[in-house]
Design a protein around this ligand. Sequence first.
Ligand code: ATP
Ligand code: MG
Length: 430
Amino acid sequence: MTGFDRHPPASAYIVAVGSELLTPSRQDTNSLFLTARLNEIGIEVCGKAVVGDERETLAATLRHALEHADLVILTGGLGPTEDDVTREVVAGELGLALEEDGAAVERLRARFTARRMTMPEINRRQALVPRGATVLPNPNGTAPGLWLEAGERLVILLPGPPLELQPIFEAVVAERLRPRTRGLRVWRRELRVTGRTESQVDELAQPLYSRWTSGACPIATTILATFGQIELHLSVRAATSDEAAASLGPAVSALVEVLAPAVYSVDGRSLEQVVGDLLRERRASIAVAESCTGGLVTSRLTDVPGSSDYVERGVVTYSNRAKTDLLGVPEALIAEHGAVSEAVAVAMAAGIRQRACVEVGVGVTGIAGPTGGTADKPVGTVAIAVSRSAGHRSRRFLFVGRREQVKFQASQAALDMVRRWLLEDVSPVA
Ligand code: ATP
Ligand code: MG
């Protein structure tokens, strides 16, 4: 039994190595992937760092990480060239000699031979292994991962490219870590909300939180708000899914009760998926006429695989002439109310519904900005209408934010109006 087995890792530190990650053009996404996976098996990330391909900084970062966490994962910098320094720095800091691993050299050679190439001598560097380390084969690249136990610390090195790192983690690292954790993993549930502000959601949800944080199996809550969408994340540490469900299930139900109907999903589905599922259940089809959203509503609906079952068409009628030509919106109506008005949105929704012969028609018209606003209709004013055989519903919104944010919020509101109306149907349309 090693020291590591006696003290299962509760905390991890991630170090992403690569000078390109310090430029504005590349982002460290490996640590996000690793954090999600580590949390799933009950290991919290207590810190992370991004460092360039530079020995001194990397060595100092590694020392800091080893002082603060039981498990340190380094990604990147395992390539064959001089500027790939992770292997050497780790061996140096842990006081381990680097030795060539015969099996690793052979695997590398075989990779090159399979491509009818001779392995450059420089690649032998990638088979250098700190004494005592376990080599984690990399089926998708040349740099293998390394697993190193140093006293009570565990150090794992993984190649930088996400498509190489992820399979190694899933196939080998997770399997090796899981039996060494306390058997507690983190279980999450996510509620997605639209049509309410962050403070409204927080005000309604806060009174519930205190009950959960003090329970036997405390629930951690996080609220993530972006334009047009709020996510509530609940998580518990538990050994089994039943145990987790026993505390998360009632918590989710209690939140849905205070926030409904603004909660559109409790199972990770996107709003466009939820709307699609409702349409499919009702065997109804949808057609969308968009002005300021430029096709975004239709684009989102068609992001869902199988959406051809219910998306009939989408048209972008940006100019007044297009609204008249393609949807039959009367010129006089536009002249009287302006293109951005509930009256025109209703005529767009009804026009597209009739032309497409579908159950649900949607019309969106607004001012995305940054110019074009007036005192009466400032930037961010969007009129949205939904037309069905039973009649129509329309609303005028005032969104804040930049152009793309206004467009996204408008698409969110349009999809949500459809969702809410479909939910009211007593029985699906035959
Ligand atoms: P090899 O050079 O053999 O492919 P390596 O371990 O040296 O492996 P790097 O050279 O450090 O990997 O990175 C290769 C590429 O992988 C980078 O250009 C970058 O696109 C991607 N990458 C590296 N680190 C990260 C990271 N933390 N998050 C996302 N992508 C990364
Ligand atoms: Mg590199």
